[in-house]
Each structure stands twice: as C-alpha cells, then as structure tokens.
Design a protein around this ligand. Structure first.
Ligand code: C5P
Length: 317
C-alpha cells in the first residue's frame, strides 16, 4: 500500500474487537468502474503498468461465511453456473491466502450471492475475493487491518486491494497500489449497459498491445479536479479509458451502445475497465432513471442498471 493522498473516514468496522464470530458473517462488496485508465507498456511479468482512478459503485455481491470443518463454496445468482467452485475460484484462493498468512485453519462454509455481471469489466470476481478476505477475517477473528487485507489481496489480483478499500482511489503499479481520493461525499449517478457476453481481460490487454493504443502517461489531474468540483458536466470531459479501443475492436457493436447512451442524453459514456459493460454518466438520480429507461427501450444490451458511487469497499453487514 502507498500512503493515502487523503483519508476517507470509514474505518469504524476495522476498529471493533477482534473476536471470532459464532453466527454467520455477511459481507457486501461493490462493483468498480474506472473513471480514468491509462495503460502503459507490458512489463517483463506480463502485467501492464497502470495509472487508474477506481470508483466503487452501488451494485453488490454478498458473501455469507459460516463455521465449517472444511472450506466449501456455494453460489447463486448472475452467471454463477459458469463459475468453478473449486480451488481455482478466487474466493477459495482468498480464504486460503488469509489462512496461510494468519496460521488459521482454512475452515469455512462460504455462500456467494452474485449480482455483479461476470467478465463485464466491473471486477466482480475481484470483488468476491475481497469479500471473502473480509468475511473470513471476521469469522476467524484474525483481526487484520484493512491495509493488511489489501496486502494479501494484492497477491491475488490487481483490482482486489481497491475492493477491500472502496470509495474513489488512485491505482498504480499493476493496479494493486491504491491511494484513497477524498471526494467530499458527493454522489455520482451512473447507468450501466451490460452486454450479452463477457470479455476476457487478458484478451483485451493483448489486443491493446497489438493495436499500440497507448496514451500519454501522467497523473489525471483534470479528473481529480473535476471530482472535487462536483460538477457532472466537468467530470464528463475527463473520463478516459485506454482499453476502450481494444474492447471496441473486439466488440464493434459496443460503438452502437455508446451512441445509444449519448443519443439518450448521457453526459458521457465509456467502456468500463476491460469491458464490455458501457457506463454512462448522468446529471442526477432522476436523469439516470430516465436514461436507463431510454436505453432499455433501445434493446442495445442485455441489461441496464443504475448505480451511485462512490460507496465503501467490502464491509460486514
Ligand atoms: O490481476 P488480474 O488477475 O486481475 O489480471 C488479469 C489479467 O489482466 C492478467 O493476467 C493480465 O493479462 C491482465 N492485466 C494486465 N495488466 C494489469 C492488470 C491485468 O496485463 N495491470
């Protein structure tokens, strides 16, 4: 973890006494979008150096952790039939990583309720891993700090530390180095157009390399200023995603989705992360609802969702 630029004041939960939980522990975790995603060159380890602004939005998965004699995972909801329940699942890997780090037995019965679409550029799988870390920490009473959990999260995936923290944050390195950005409590209103079929993140990065679509590096000062200004028209001018060209190359029909949202009056639209979800900025809650209804009527995508950001990361309910 790098030093925070600013501190967000939602640490209460991590200040409570460290006792193992006897009853079930429920943890809710949000999806993320990237308000800015600069992708640099591929590194020797295959990852790309990023400068990104993560933003957690109110579209949630939920994990319930109960005591058990082994480590098991069950799932329900959005797309779960396609996901493995075995050792390769990020939720299981997260529980095992926490157990290894703390010396605790990796014993828990985990149940995941999914609402975040999978392979959508919304970091749903990463969110579930973050939720598993927070849930098992509480179930086992291992009492790690949020930074300690984010440190374990970084060994599991680039986006996972952010989903432990939530809010709005600057991400560097391969995305795992996260510094909170104070956004002064302003709520931004988003509309998400969810595609029929997911996109593979490695494929999108590979296409990015092939297209040579790199933008100029640099800190996203304009975006950070726009967030402080709390003016959606200003923010609309500073949303950017270097992976968008690659996602559009792989899914040319996403151009039509972008156009549909902009025609319906969105202030801005961009592909979320590696896609294929397209995210639109709205003026306020009412505008978001109208925009969502208009988009739904165009039948341009599988589902339309509204969500507010920023929201906290993985939290015990
Ligand atoms: O870290 P995570 O497991 O989420 O990354 C998934 C894939 O996305 C990586 O295997 C890599 O292909 C690509 N990636 C990348 N550079 C990053 C983050 C992810 O190339 N900074």
């Amino acid at each position: 973890m790098t030093e925070p630029l600013f501190s967000e004041d939602d640490d209460e939960e991590f200040d409570r006494p460290r006792l193992a939980a006897h009853g079930p522990v429920r943890v809710r975790v949000p999806a993320k979008i990237n308000l800015h995603l600069h992708v640099g060159a591929a590194r020797p380890d295959g990852f790309h150096e990023l400068t990104t602004v993560y933003h957690a939005i109110g579209l949630y998965d939920e994990i319930t952790a109960r005591r058990g004699d082994t480590l098991t995972l069950t799932m329900e909801g959005e797309g779960t039939g396609q996901l493995s329940l075995g050792e390769d699942n990020l939720v299981i890997r997260a529980a095992r990583a926490l157990a290894a780090e703390t010396g605790h037995d990796a014993h828990a019965r985990l149940h995941l309720k999914k609402q975040i679409p999978i392979a959508a550029g919304l970091a749903g799988g990463s969110a579930d891993a973050a939720a598993a870390l927070v849930a098992c920490d509480q179930l086992w009473g291992t009492g790690l700090s949020r930074d300690d959990l984010a440190g374990i999260a970084a060994t599991l995936g680039s986006d996972i530390p952010f989903l432990v923290l939530g809010g709005t944050a600057l991400g560097t390195g391969r995305g795992e180095l996260v510094s909170p950005i104070l956004t002064g409590g302003h709520a931004w209103h988003w509309v998400l157009a969810v595609a029929e079929e997911g996109l593979s993140t490695p494929t999108v990065y590979k296409t990015f390399d092939e297209l040579g679509a790199q933008s100029e590096a640099g800190t996203p000062d304009g975006l950070l200023a726009a967030l402080r200004q709390k003016d959606p028209d200003v923010l609309a001018e500073h949303l950017a995603n270097d992976l968008q060209a690659a996602a559009l190359h792989l899914r040319p029909e996403l151009r039509g989705v972008l156009d549909a949202g902009l025609d319906a009056g969105a202030l801005a639209g961009l592909v979320s992360g590696s896609g294929p979800t397209v995210v639109f900025l709205a003026e306020d809650a009412r505008h978001a609802a109208l925009l969502a209804a208009d988009l739904e009527a165009t039948n341009c995508c599988r589902a339309v969702r509204t969500a507010v950001g920023p929201v906290p990361g993985a939290r015990v309910l």
